[in-house]
Design a protein around this ligand. Structure first.
Ligand SMILES: *[C@@H]1O[C@H](CO)[C@@H](O)[C@H](O)[C@H]1NC(C)=O
Ligand SMILES: *[C@@H]1O[C@H](CO)[C@@H](O)[C@H](O)[C@H]1NC(C)=O
Ligand SMILES: *[C@@H]1O[C@H](CO)[C@@H](O)[C@H](O)[C@H]1NC(C)=O
Ligand SMILES: *[C@@H]1O[C@H](CO)[C@@H](O)[C@H](O)[C@H]1NC(C)=O
Ligand SMILES: *[C@@H]1O[C@H](CO)[C@@H](O)[C@H](O)[C@H]1NC(C)=O
Ligand SMILES: *[C@@H]1O[C@H](CO)[C@@H](O)[C@H](O)[C@H]1NC(C)=O
Ligand SMILES: *[C@@H]1O[C@H](CO)[C@@H](O)[C@H](O)[C@H]1NC(C)=O
Ligand SMILES: *[C@@H]1O[C@H](CO)[C@@H](O)[C@H](O)[C@H]1NC(C)=O
Ligand SMILES: *[C@@H]1O[C@H](CO)[C@@H](O)[C@H](O)[C@H]1NC(C)=O
Ligand SMILES: *[C@@H]1O[C@H](CO)[C@@H](O)[C@H](O)[C@H]1NC(C)=O
Length: 434
């Protein structure tokens, strides 16, 4: 009698536990140890002798752990890391990208000297040490990118790269008393990005006039926007976001007639949005959010034909929003929340838009503090709002709240019923065995 019953118990216990383990989320497998050893010595002599690249440069590439078993000059190269000219008898590298370097990679002066035909050098996620560049390379480089590489660079080191047309430095600490240290001798720059670099000081009083892209976002720059910037009439994008800039936005900003994208977000700018913005015909992206701008939102913004992105949130703007529904619907991004004196006209815009501001009374003042994200605000607007079939919004939230409990109840029900099933099974079996 007893042995079969015990067996049954064990079986049932096994069954029970196996269902539990199946229903619980499967644990991720422990990561397999990644091979951290340096890659095997690349390229056999035979394959590199077939290459059309200058043998000295092949040796240099190998010292940088760039695979050369396949001809680095054939396109597309491994991760697009290399690009060659077409000189004879040997071709030469004109572009090199080092990305995701292992910590074994180090730049050597000798290697860089034999790579002095490079016009473009890009370092992306390469935590290597900066070194003194050979003069030949400095003269040759027209494009230099350093993203999350070189833990720290000095402005003086960057300033020697005087033939650059493109400079991108991002997520790298740049030590300099101000951007002028870096820029004063770079006379050919077209595109300039020094972002998230903790750069201090003031915007430079003189900037080369052919710049089309200027991005100093995410630094600690202080002071006003100088005239040197508003004189850049080729400028298409200007990004000064996330700095400590102060003062008013100069009305000369309207002189930037080529401007398409501008962000002055997350600074300390005060005063009103200058009317001269209306003189910039091609504006696509306007971000003035998170400043201390006051006054009203100018109506001319709605006449900008190309505007797609408009962010004026978190300022001290006031008055009635001067936009209609068709204008707002044409935008990809529209944010005006966080302006406590701003309100919208309920006969022009619907509360469905969730603008983050309250509607106006008949004097053009906000009726209440801006609606919080709770249901009470939704309810009140549902009550006195007529010209819309507003059913969604508020009720959707309530449904979502039931979602979690429902799943939990379902889980408990399944667990309970399987336990009941097991007990019944046990009883039936024990009776059978007798
Ligand atoms: C290499 O560049 C070509 C053309 O620019 C691009 O289409 C391709 O996706 C790139 N390949 C890699 C691996 O990045
Ligand atoms: C570098 O690493 C990132 C993220 O790990 C990956 O997305 C990217 O494709 C890698 N690039 C190259 C060239 O290996
Ligand atoms: C810039 O390039 C020219 C030749 O193209 C060269 O004569 C000059 O020395 C270079 N400038 C620097 C600072 O290397
Ligand atoms: C900038 O400074 C902050 C705080 O001092 C630090 O957390 C951050 O890593 C720095 N950024 C860079 C790119 O070094
Ligand atoms: C700006 O670019 C134009 C043509 O692209 C060129 O003729 C002019 O010399 C450049 N200006 C300066 C100051 O380099
Ligand atoms: C400005 O830079 C920030 C951060 O670097 C970025 O998120 C934002 O999209 C940029 N805006 C424009 C208009 O380029
Ligand atoms: C300019 O803004 C548009 C719209 O937001 C965006 O798609 C585009 O990538 C931006 N261009 C630059 C260079 O920031
Ligand atoms: C906006 O703020 C400035 C000070 O930053 C003040 O002089 C001006 O009167 C304010 N304008 C409005 C319309 O509140
Ligand atoms: C909405 O505003 C735009 C720009 O001010 C205007 O051209 C358009 O006619 C307006 N549409 C309606 C339906 O009022
Ligand atoms: C709201 O719009 C209506 C119709 O365009 C207009 O008559 C009314 O004066 C506006 N109210 C406010 C406060 O601007």
């Amino acid at each position: 009698m007893k042995p079969p019953l015990q067996l049954l118990f064990i079986l049932i216990l096994f069954f029970f536990f196996s269902t539990i383990t199946i229903s619980s989320p499967s644990l991720p497998l422990p990561p397999t140890p990644s091979p951290t050893s340096p890659p095997s010595t690349p390229s056999s002599p035979s394959s590199s002798s077939k290459s059309t690249l200058d043998p000295k440069q092949i040796t240099a590439l190998q010292s940088l752990n760039i695979p050369t078993s396949k001809d680095p000059c054939s396109q597309p190269s491994f991760h697009n890391a290399t690009l060659c000219d077409s000189s004879k008898p040997f071709r030469h590298l004109i572009s090199l990208t080092l990305s995701n370097c292992s910590s074994y990679v180090s730049l050597s002066f000798t290697a860089l000297k034999s790579l002095s035909t490079l016009h473009s050098l890009n370092l992306i996620n390469c935590p290597i040490s900066p070194i003194h560049f050979p003069q030949e390379l400095i003269s040759s480089l027209t494009s230099f990118t350093c993203i999350n590489s070189f833990h720290k660079i000095s402005g003086v080191w960057l300033s020697q790269l005087q033939n650059l047309t493109d400079l991108t430095v991002s997520n790298v600490q740049v030590k300099a008393s101000g951007p002028y240290v870096i820029l004063s001798h770079m006379n050919y720059l077209k595109s300039l990005t020094i972002s998230h670099a903790n750069l201090t000081g003031f915007l430079p009083g003189h900037i080369h006039s052919n710049l089309t892209h200027f991005d100093f976002s995410g630094n600690q720059l202080k002071g006003n926007i100088p005239f040197s910037i508003t004189m850049l009439d080729s400028l298409e994008s200007l990004n000064l976001s996330s700095n400590l800039l102060t003062g008013e936005i100069p009305s000369s900003i309207g002189d930037l007639i080529s401007l398409k994208n501008i962000s002055l977000a997350s600074n300390l700018f005060s005063g009103s949005i200058p009317d001269s913005f209306s003189a910039v015909p091609g504006l696509v992206h306007l971000d003035l959010s998170s400043n201390q701008l006051n006054g009203s939102i100018p109506k001319f913004i709605s006449q900008m034909k190309n505007i797609k992105y408009l962010n004026l949130a978190n300022n001290n703007l006031g008055g009635v929003v001067p936009f209609n529904l068709s204008f707002i619907k044409g935008l990809e991004v529209f944010k005006i929340g966080g302006n406590s004196n701003l309100c919208y006209n309920r006969s022009v815009l619907s509360s469905k838009l969730k603008l983050g501001i309250s509607h106006c009374d008949k004097y053009g003042m906000p009726v209440s503090p801006p609606p919080a994200k709770d249901s009470s605000a939704d309810d009140s607007s549902d009550d006195d709002y007529d010209d819309s079939d507003d059913d969604g919004g508020g009720r959707k939230h309530k449904k979502d709240q039931h979602h979690g409990p429902n799943k939990f109840v379902l889980g408990v029900a399944i667990a309970l019923s399987s336990i009941v099933f097991l007990i019944v099974f046990l009883i039936v079996c024990s009776k059978c065995c007798r």
